[in-house]
Structures are given as C-alpha cells and as structure tokens.
Design a protein around this ligand. Structure first.
Ligand SMILES: C[S@@+](CC[C@H](N)C(=O)[O-])C[C@H]1O[C@@H](n2cnc3c(N)ncnc32)[C@H](O)[C@@H]1O
Length: 406
C-alpha cells in the first residue's frame, strides 16, 4: 500500500552484505590498478557486463582516457537527421548530456535529472501521490501520522525550554499533508504554534502550489505566505537557504530515498561505477566505468564504516553522497542553533547493495523506460547517515526512524 511496500521481497533477497574493511580497500585499490591495466587493452575489447538482470547491455573498455567509454559501437545519429524523434523532452535532454559530454553519466546524475529536472522531472509538474498518481505515502493514508510527528516536535520544543521562535523545517513536503496535520493537531498548544516559522524545502512548483492550498495559505509573494492561523510559511530549494540563528526542528519523511544514489559493481578489475549510456538501438543502457570515478571517494568512506565481516560478500554497493552531505549540514545547523531532526524512511541498517527502483502507477517498471514518468527511489543507508552526523557533531539531536519490510 505504501510507497515502498511492493518492493520489499525482491529487495530483501537482493540485499546481501558485505566485505572486510581491509578487503574493500584492497578491492578499490585493485580497481584503480586494473583500470590502468585495462587502459592498455586494445580499443573495443569487451569486458564484464553489469550483473543486475534488469540490464542486459554490454560494457566495453577503452584505453587511456579518464572515465571514458568506447563509444565506437554506439549509435551516432547524424547531426541534422530529418527523422521525427519520439523521444520525450527529458529523454532528448539526457541523451544530449551523454552525447556532448562524450561519455555516459552516473546513475546518480540520471536519477537526479529524472526526478527534479526543472522542466520535465517526475516531481516537477504534477501531483504524483494517491490512487490517481504513482504511489502513496503515510501522511496521505492517515492524519495520525502528521499528528504524531507533531507530538514529537512539541516534546522537543519543551525540552529546549519552550523558545519563543523556532524554525520548523520540512524537507520534501509532498502535498503538505504532514505539516497540515501537525499544525491542526498542535493547534490547542498556542504557545508552541505561535513560536513556529515554517520552512518548506521543495523543488517542485506544482507541489509548492498544492502545499499552499493544503496549508490554506494566503500568499504574500511567490515564496512566502501565512496560514489562516497566522503562522508564517516560506519555501526554499535547499536547507542552506533557511535563515540561521533560531533553534531548528527538521522533519524529513520519504525525502532521503529520493536523493540520487551512485551504484558500484565488483568486476574482475575491482569496483566500477555503473553508468548510463545510449546503446545502438538508441535506448538507454547501463555500462561500467573503466576506471574509478569521483564518487569512489564516497565508496571508500562508506566502506570504512562497515563492519569487517560484512564487506567480503558484497557484489554491489549503492551510496548516496547527497544524503551524507545533507546530514552533515543538518548536524552542523543543530549544533550551532539547537534543535533536532527526525528522519523517517525506508532503508537498511547496513550497506545497501542494489535497491534503486522505479514505480509508475503503483507498479514496478524498468528505470530506463520512459524516464520522468516513474518515481525513482532507493533504500536509505541509515548507518551512513548516523556516521555522517557523528563526524560533525555527535548524535545528540538526530532522531532516525526507519522502516523495513523483510
Ligand atoms: C516521496 S515524496 C515525499 C513527500 C512527503 N514527505 C510525503 O511523505 O508525502 C518526495 C518529496 O521531496 C521533493 N524532492 C525530491 N527531491 C528533492 C530535492 N532534491 N530537493 C527538494 N525537494 C525534493 C519532492 O518534490 C517531494 O515533495
């Protein structure tokens, strides 16, 4: 029923963890040295294929160049072709990035474009929630969800000594239902509700409009409004835009799983990043990077946090640098201004191996098929979030709830 429910069995089967800390570092070193070796192979030498059965395309290695792929076998349509393309605007855009960059893009870049490309991203122009949409989330199922989150927020506010002014930030508020339920549930506690400055972090203009309606806001300008009960609400694209200097309560429900993930696969030459390319038939396909990519640094960091015994069996690893960086920003803000964060999501208590999934109209689909028309999401790696926060400030005020269906 919920957004991730239908994926549980397959994800549980696919999630087998892990290698030793030492062996992960070795493997990564092997990746860089064998990438050098593969760079001496003749052009067009075929190598391993991504093993995820969702993808059936070739990987071809190429000499010398950094993060480049042998493109000799790929289609290269004439610049001034008169054939009418049936590709959507987003597909054309993705193909043009790949073409003009002269090589494939990371799964993370693909995921980000598909979800939040400003013109045609999945979230940008429409309401994707509910029976008529593509998936449903907990706040849309029951008002109790937002009310309970409100109880948590009020308890935290009490613990902070009932400050007169508080920033209440929601990351990725969807239709605004959680915030509306929170405010209604807390409406009898006037001292709390009067202290609130609400900040919604949202990139979708369509969802922003719906949030304003849900919160019954009177517009002041495009990004600021006031609820009927007088609570000021403002909209931002990122957490960094929220003014500092006030205690801050941050809520993120099913936000982290929409952040772009990089995927790695263990090949005979070591860990290689999965990249998205265009095949001869003009469809998207997954290839492996011939050499370590910049995201490998985050892979190394993530493996250092994994228990030694967990690492050796891993064949695939998924990492989310944006989740790690966001958590550090949250932790820094809470350390300096006071407050707390509540992160609720689907995920694992360990390294995530291969969870990226696409859902359209409540059904699983291939993530490469008609990008922009299906939601992409990945399991959240909760230990990575915990360690990221600890690196900055300790974990005093970060509350994490995760949901697993196994
Ligand atoms: C899965 S929905 C969750 C909605 C809501 N929290 C709920 O539970 O119903 C993800 C939300 O995050 C927003 N979003 C996704 N990626 C974002 C990004 N990089 N920056 C800001 N908002 C983003 C989407 O537009 C959407 O509102």
């Amino acid at each position: 029923m919920l957004r991730r429910f239908i994926g549980q069995a397959s994800i549980a089967q696919r999630c087998r963890c892990l290698i030793s800390r030492q062996s992960s570092a070795d493997t990564l070193r092997r990746c860089s040295s064998s990438a050098t070796a593969s760079s001496q192979a003749p052009v067009g030498t075929s190598a391993e294929q991504p093993t995820n059965t969702q993808f059936s395309d070739d990987y071809t290695s190429q000499p010398a160049a950094r993060i480049s792929i042998d493109r000799s076998g790929l289609s290269n349509p004439p610049e001034h072709s008169h054939e009418t393309s049936k590709d959507s605007e987003l597909v054309k855009h993705l193909k043009s990035i790949i073409k003009f960059r002269g090589g494939p893009i990371s799964v993370a870049e693909y995921m980000e474009e598909v979800l939040i490309n400003p013109k045609a991203g999945f979230y940008i122009n429409r309401d994707v929630f509910g029976a008529e949409g593509d998936f449903i989330t907990s706040p849309e199922v029951s008002q109790m969800f937002g009310e309970m989150v409100g109880v948590w927020a009020m308890c935290l506010w009490e613990q902070m000594g009932q400050p007169d002014r508080v920033n209440l930030v929601e990351l990725g508020p969807g239709r605004g239902t959680l915030m509306a339920d929170l405010l209604r549930g807390a409406s009898k506690f006037e001292k709390f509700t009067k202290s609130l400055n609400i900040h919604m972090i949202e990139v979708s203009p369509a969802l922003k409009k719906i949030q304003k309606l849900t919160l019954k806001c009177e517009d002041e300008d495009e990004n600021t409004a006031t609820t009927l009960t007088g609570t000021p609400v403002s909209w931002h694209s990122t957490l960094e835009e929220v003014p500092t200097g006030l205690p801050t309560i941050i809520i993120a429900h099913e936000f982290y799983d929409a952040l772009p993930v990089h995927q790695f696969q263990k090949a005979s030459r070591g860990w290689c990043e999965k990249m998205i390319d265009v095949a001869e038939d003009s469809k998207f396909r997954v290839v492996l990077s011939p050499q370590p990519t910049p995201a490998t640094l985050y892979l190394l960091k993530r493996c250092k946090w994994a228990p030694t015994e967990d690492l050796s069996k891993l064949e695939h690893v998924e990492i989310c640098p944006k989740a790690m960086d966001l958590t550090q920003n949250i932790a820094k803000r809470i350390s300096s201004d006071g407050g707390g964060a509540l992160i609720i999501d689907y995920g694992l208590d360990g390294i995530v191996s291969d969870s990226l999934q696409a859902i359209r109209k409540h059904k699983f689909v291939n993530m490469l098929d008609d990008p922009g028309s299906a939601d992409l999401s990945a399991y959240v790696d909760f230990p990575a979030i915990k360690h990221s926060a600890e690196e900055v400030s300790g974990l005093h005020s970060l509350f994490i709830i995760w949901v697993l269906f196994l």
